[in-house]
Design a protein around this ligand. Structure first.
Ligand SMILES: Nc1ncnc2c1ncn2[C@@H]1O[C@H](COP(=O)(O)OS(=O)(=O)O)[C@@H](OP(=O)(O)O)[C@H]1O
Ligand SMILES: Nc1ncnc2c1ncn2[C@@H]1O[C@H](COP(=O)(O)OP(=O)(O)O)[C@@H](O)[C@H]1O
Length: 199
């Protein structure tokens, strides 16, 4: 496929104007971690806190995106990369629209997270590692998937039969086995303020 015949269209309304209308910066708060680590729970609570402050948000969640935009994809390394490429592109558009985007994807490989970051304007990609230990995630087994993975009923399950490459330079690391949900949200709000994304 070649894009030589497709030219980028410049529009007159830009991201900075949309941000000004919303009264806050746009950014992506990218949660990465094992299944059951707490990505969705923390992202959901942060979104509630941001909306309560009048911020404009959208939460992209792996489980939900895989019902639509990425319904054709599985869990091979290639499919996960394509899943995250599409989500990265969508998140980039949402940032351009002026939104605070929260995302909850395992995103297990460093190069996949770098790919996502490449879609986002510089300084607007905040990586949050939900570093809850595997033993705790497995004990929680929110969806019964670890049990199935251990029984060999699910292949390529992250942490069991597929790798998880922890971020080396995350903007924030939260372990939900020792940090309360309320504390996680407070730490995230403080980080967004420090980065001057929200006031
Ligand atoms: N093989 C395998 N490995 C990991 N996870 C699996 C697998 N099969 C199904 N699931 C369920 O799919 C959810 C992960 O989807 P993601 O889109 O976040 O994964 S990825 O970023 O593309 O790796 C994940 O959701 P969370 O538990 O919310 O993380 C699982 O519920
Ligand atoms: N301090 C905490 N922070 C976030 N989640 C917690 C915490 N303590 C227990 N949990 C539980 O852990 C589970 C995390 O599941 P979930 O958010 O779906 O994880 P993920 O999206 O990473 O798969 C939920 O059942 C949640 O109630």
């Amino acid at each position: 496929m070649t894009h030589n015949d497709i030219k980028w269209q410049q529009h007159d309304v830009n991201a900075a104007q949309r941000e000004a209308l919303f009264g806050h910066q746009s950014a992506v708060i990218w949660f990465t971690g094992l299944s059951g680590s707490g990505k969705s729970t923390v992202a959901n609570a942060l979104e509630q806190a941001l909306v309560a402050q009048g911020k404009h948000t959208y939460l992209l969640d792996g489980d939900n995106v895989r019902h639509g935009l990425c319904a054709d994809l599985g869990f091979s390394a290639e499919d996960r990369t394509e899943n995250l490429r599409r989500v990265g592109a969508v998140a980039g558009l949402m940032v351009d629209a002026g939104l605070l985007v929260l995302s909850a994807f395992i995103s297990p490989y460093r190069n996949q997270r770098e790919l996502v970051k490449s879609f986002i304007a510089p300084g607007k990609f905040i990586e949050v590692h939900i570093a809850t230990p595997l033993e705790v995630c497995e004990q929680r087994d929110v969806k019964g998937l670890y049990k199935k993975a251990r029984a060999g009923q699910i292949s390529q399950f992250t942490g069991i039969s597929d790798p998880y490459e922890a971020p080396q330079h995350a903007d924030l690391v939260l372990d939900t086995s020792v940090t309360s949900l309320q504390d996680s949200v407070q730490q995230l709000l403080a980080l967004l303020k420090k980065r001057q994304i929200i006031s």
